[in-house]
Design a protein around this ligand. Structure first.
Ligand code: WTA
Length: 656
């Protein structure tokens, strides 16, 4: 991290918005003035302009019981109607909503009319299964059009979805199904990844089964299965239903009923600083307003002309806000790609950009860095001249990657927006406005109009330009999380306790203000790691490790990694009783794979080090900072607060 900081401090390149871009940009500098003059009025204006309200709201923000906010509370709307029907009614039913590309190269163009039809039918199916307002439906699917249809059908009937990333294990899925008490799971037999079918339905079967003495999962009544992979699957009569059997048979008519703006929309689980993932809860009116607004002004989406491509999976918040909700609310045309970037060849993404004439690309620094590694020759083989705007999200983008992105992918012309936000914020919070803001490689830069952030010290005092501190959000915003599912205390404790006096939301990120007062993100300051833009908690992986019969104790740190940003590095102590009966050979690798099975392949440690002891303070807290030094090959820092000051030299010596 420190080398990164030195680098950032020397970064002085600036890029003015290209004239041609600025001439047709949706964002204007005036947005800042309007929002500054009347923040709530500004958001009300966006909500009215961007969305259709069945019943208009008269209240904007209710902040009488902080931190529990209500936005547009007496208004009523239907999210699916906003994303689908109204575009068809406006005469745009033939516009392509999804340019879908399967990994094997199959393709489907789904128009707004077709997507609306599918969603209406599935909404009827769900109602027929007894799903109603407020019920939870889990979605565990590959990136296929049905996944988006599933999300929209659930919210169309006022129910709540919980999308679980397809890379999560059966155990992780089970924990999420239990926590949300999901009634239905929508899945697929499998999807294509890395050139072969990666099964999904078997993980659902396992998650619902009686395993490890857990008893059978109790709340799920039905499993709807899309046929995609064609792989053999088991079938539970009465519980399992083929999508293609029921959806085509279902009535085509379905009226989108309005629901209050604070009706829950979705729960999305994300890692926090404890072992148990948090179910972040979002509601409808405010969330849809800000996701649509940011997709419009930050991604500069002109629905008639643009082909937008956000490469995120719908299992993450980026896929919620910038695949499903923002772009569809705006009536945009977008690419949806099922597979991995390098299958069947390393130029797959660039081939897709060329094929569909993608104009706006929104992706993660980790992807850019892995393309950098392969080299410019690959993208250079494709015509990328359609690209006119590039976006980055998920982790700090280092200036080298930013410059490569600009030069090799953007042809030195396309502006780059580095967008900071979180699952909890629901939509983009800090970003340049393309066509307006002069951009700086490596900086997220400025809060959006209507958003107020600051960088403060431990006491909540503004640090001033040129200084570093903690990133906070100082005023409520429309797409803010409304809570943690089933745990209001944890919500208050995690985000609002630290700066209770000031009423600030604490984001968990470190940041600096440069001499212009613009924001540079410095990574997490808590025990959350960011691996390839995916959040993982150290504690969650430690719990998985100690659940293995061989492990007595474990400590996990995020070490900087050239490609993935951070990588998971684990230090484990093996039980003596285990070593008495088993040979230690291969154990480190077994434990790596074990974590992958327990949580999912993204959590698999890059390195597992077997050690005799762990560095702890006198009160028994593991000093991760010191382990990070070892994992990153640095000289070990100050060890004076350790209970046993010799332990670090023992560990370092063992690993040499
Ligand atoms: C990090 C993803 C620097 C940050 C949308 C945040 C970023 C966490 C950026 C949220 C960025 C996201 N620059 N860091 N542009 N965007 N982050 O919930 O640490 O998966 O707290 O949401 O990612 O991750 P999450």
């Amino acid at each position: 991290m420190s080398s990164q900081i030195d680098h950032l401090l020397n970064e002085s390149r600036r890029f003015a918005p290209p004239e041609e871009f600025a001439a047709s940009a949706i964002a204007t500098a005036e947005l800042y003035d309007r929002a500054k003059a009347d923040r709530e009025g500004f958001w009300a204006e966006q909500a009215r302009e961007l969305l259709h309200w069945h019943k208009p709201f008269t209240e904007v923000l209710d902040w009488s019981n902080p931190p529990f906010a209500k936005w547009f509370a007496d208004g009523e709307l239907n999210v699916a109607y906003n994303c689908l029907d109204r575009h068809v009614e406006a005469g745009n039913g033939d516009r392509v909503a999804l340019l879908w590309e399967g990994e094997p190269g199959d393709e489907r163009r789904v128009t707004y009319a077709e997507l609306t039809d599918e969603v209406k039918r599935l909404a009827n199916v769900l109602t027929g299964l007894g799903v109603g307002q407020g019920d939870r439906v889990a979605i565990y699917m590959p990136a296929i059009p049905e996944a988006i249809a599933a999300m929209l059908a659930v919210v169309r009937i006022g129910a709540v979805h919980s999308v679980v990333f397809g890379g999560f294990s059966a155990d992780s899925l089970r924990a999420r199904l239990d926590d949300a008490a999901a009634k239905v799971v929508i899945t697929a037999d499998g999807g294509y990844r890395k050139g072969k079918v990666s099964p999904l339905k078997p993980a659902v079967d396992l998650a619902l089964a009686d395993r490890n003495g857990s008893g059978p999962q109790e709340t799920v009544e039905n499993v709807i299965v899309v046929r995609r992979g064609g792989n053999d699957i088991d079938w539970v009569e009465g519980r399992d239903i083929w999508w293609h059997d029921v959806v085509s048979q279902a009535p085509a008519e379905h009226e989108a009923r309005p629901f209050p703006a604070e009706n829950p929309l979705f729960i999305l689980y994300t890692s926090g600083t404890t072992g148990k993932p948090k179910g972040i809860l979002h509601t409808t009116g405010g969330y849809l307003t800000q996701s649509a607004f940011t997709n419009k002004v930050v991604h500069d989406v002109h629905p008639e002309d643009d082909v937008f491509w956000c490469t995120a999976d719908i299992g993450w918040v980026t896929g919620h806000s910038y695949v499903t909700y923002g772009p569809l609310a705006n009536g945009a045309t977008q690419v949806l790609y099922e597979g991995t970037p390098d299958t069947p060849h390393p130029g797959r993404w660039w081939e897709i950009v060329e094929k569909y004439g993608v104009t706006i690309l929104y992706t993660a620094p980790t992807a850019i860095r892995s393309f950098m590694k392969i080299g410019r020759k690959v993208p250079k083989r494709f015509d990328l001249s359609s690209l006119r705007l590039l976006g980055s999200v998920g982790e700090p983008i280092n200036p080298e990657a930013w410059m490569w992105y600009r030069k090799i992918i953007g042809g030195k012309a396309a502006p780059i927006v580095d967008t900071w936000w979180q699952t909890e914020t629901g939509a983009i919070m800090i970003s340049a406005l393309p066509g307006v803001t002069e951009t700086k490689p490596g900086a997220a830069q400025v809060a959006l109009p209507g958003v107020s952030v600051d960088v403060v010290d431990e006491d909540g005092t503004h640090v001033g330009n040129g200084n570093g501190g903690l990133l906070v959000i100082t005023e409520p915003w429309p797409s803010m999380l409304r809570g943690i599912w089933g745990d209001p205390d944890r919500f208050v404790e995690t985000y609002w306790k630290k700066f209770e006096k000031q009423g600030f939301y604490f984001a968990g990120d470190g940041a600096r203000l440069d001499d212009d007062g613009e924001v540079w993100l410095m990574g997490r300051v808590d025990d959350v790691m960011n691996v390839s833009g995916h959040r993982l908690s150290t504690t969650e992986i430690e719990s998985a490790l100690v659940a293995n019969e061989a492990v007595a104790e474990a400590a996990v740190v995020g070490a900087s990694d050239e490609t993935t940003g951070q990588a998971v590095v684990a230090f484990v102590i093996i039980k003596e009783s285990y070593l008495a009966e088993h040979a230690p050979e291969g154990l480190a690798n077994t434990l790596r794979l074990w974590v992958g099975e327990q949580i999912g392949p993204i959590a698999r440690p890059r390195d597992v080090y077997i050690v005799g002891e762990l560095p702890k303070t006198r009160s028994g807290k593991i000093m991760r900072r010191l382990l990070r030094d070892v994992a990153e090959g640095r000289e070990v820092g100050d060890t004076t607060t350790l209970a046993d000051t010799a332990v670090m030299s023992v560990i370092s010596a063992q690993l040499k």
